[in-house]
Design a protein around this ligand. Structure first.
Ligand code: ADP
Length: 422
């Protein structure tokens, strides 16, 4: 085991795992801190749900994950958070980074959320989302982690006991040697955590290279792009060309969708043009109707011949009507619970390949199916890989958060499992 990562949410962890696989590392994502031994892999990502919980709990969970990763023999550790630095003045990025540094006994690490490919760049310590400063982007109104300050040195300093410094783009541009020199200068000045500027993929590769000697790296999935190369340089990545290979999983296929994002609405509409779908009505769920049973009976008639879609995905006006009547949270839970029951019933009927749309929906489905770990495979669309469950009867799972994936995502994902067929 080379790299041990701790992710502060589920789909962000998958995004990091996908990045590591693309870099040639065989990667497994585990859901929460596992009880048992580590799986066979070059990298493991422990997916927590610690982004918006109380800082003390986030620290405790992250340290438990660290202890498990250390016992697995990892050589380097990575703390993954969102590329928009989602946090508040109370945490959780600063407190978790501080605690990981204390336990690992490291005096210096970096914090780099930049992901230029997705429009997240850091310049002179300021985070941009596309052309906007973070504090002028949609993130300023986020319900849980509103980001009102784009100066990450200031933002992190309010959360961290460590002195926070900056490695500027004019150093990063000169490559890994210049970055390492800056690390050394900052460390001598008593800086514990350095925000690092990055405006291009070349910057991320230079930063990744310069981090080869750091026991702990923190950042978004972007900065991880340079890490596999460090292990390759040391001759430690032996299975790189097979990193994205998954065991073949045969069985029936289905798509479950609980996301109501613009992208998912488009994907559902595209599927329904030519293929069968069953729509779940949350108002009927609230009346106690057995919609899971109805959906399963419908699916069993068709599924031997066709992959089916079962969905609650709706346009914003319809979601607003349902939420006005039931409340947003209760409506969400009803739909999640129903889709989770449908998932269980489909698997009992022989479904082995599942595409799931929605972050919370994926969490509910994975937990209902008792899935504890996922081996990460080839990318379907940016940020979304195929995965196969580890332990128990294998299931192929494509778990897509809200706005990811192209219009034909569902059919494209399923077609990837049977290459060469029309
Ligand atoms: P995303 O990744 O797009 O945010 P999530 O699954 O995380 O998707 O969140 C979508 C939420 O909306 C879930 O809690 C889901 O149960 C809920 N939901 C789905 N369909 C409806 C609907 N028709 N009305 C109200 N809520 C819905």
């Amino acid at each position: 085991m080379l790299l041990g990562a701790i992710g502060d949410d589920f789909t962000g962890s998958t995004d990091l795992a996908n990045m590591l696989v693309r870099g040639g590392m065989r990667t497994v994502q585990v859901i929460g801190v596992p009880g048992g031994p580590a799986p066979e892999a070059d990298a493991v990502v422990v997916a927590l749900k610690s982004r918006t919980i109380a800082a003390e709990q986030a620290v405790a969970q992250s340290l438990a994950a660290l202890e498990w990763l250390r016992s697995a023999g990892c050589r380097q550790f990575f703390f993954k958070y969102c590329s928009t630095f989602d946090s508040t003045d109370r945490g959780n990025i600063g407190p978790v980074a501080d605690a990981l540094m204390d336990v690992l006994g490291v005096p210096f690490t970096i914090a780099c959320p930049a992901f230029p490919e997705n429009g997240r760049t850091v310049y002179r310590g300021h985070l941009f989302v596309g052309d906007l400063l973070l504090s002028e982007s949609g993130m300023k109104d986020h319900p849980l982690t509103p980001m009102g300050d784009a100066n990450l040195v200031r933002v992190l300093q309010r959360q961290s006991r460590n002195k926070v410094g900056l490695v500027r783009e004019d150093a990063v541009r000169h490559g890994p040697g210049a970055v390492e020199e800056r690390f050394a200068v900052l460390e001598r000045e008593g800086v514990g955590i350095a925000i690092v500027d990055a405006v291009s993929d070349a910057d991320l590769h230079a930063i990744g290279h310069a981090c080869a000697g750091l026991p702990l790296v923190t950042g978004g999935s972007g900065v991880a792009v340079g890490l596999p190369e460090n292990f390759r340089r040391e001759g430690l990545l032996r299975h790189a060309e097979h990193a994205a290979e998954l065991p073949r999983v045969d069985g029936l296929s289905a798509v479950l969708s609980g996301s109501c994002s613009t992208a998912t609405n488009g994907q559902v509409a595209e599927w329904l043009r030519t293929r069968p779908g069953f729509k779940l009505d949350p108002l009927r769920l609230a009346k106690g109707d057995d919609l899971a049973g109805e959906a399963l009976a419908w699916a069993r008639e068709l599924i031997a011949a066709n992959a089916v879609l079962i969905y609650a995905t709706s346009q914003p006006e319809e979601v607003a009507r349902v939420q006005a009547s039931l409340g947003a949270e209760p409506a969400g839970h009803l739909v999640e619970a129903c889709l989770a029951r449908v998932a269980g019933g489909l698997v009992e009927s022989g479904v082995r390949r599942l595409v799931v749309a929605g972050g919370e929906t994926s969490g509910a489905v994975v937990s209902a199916l008792g899935v504890k770990a996922l081996r990460i495979g080839p990318q379907i669309d940016p940020g979304v890989p195929w995965t196969v469950s580890v332990g128990g009867a294998p299931l192929a799972l494509a778990l897509k958060s809200g706005n990811f994936g192209g219009q034909d995502f569902f059919a494209k994902a399923l077609a990837m499992l049977d290459p060469g067929q029309p």
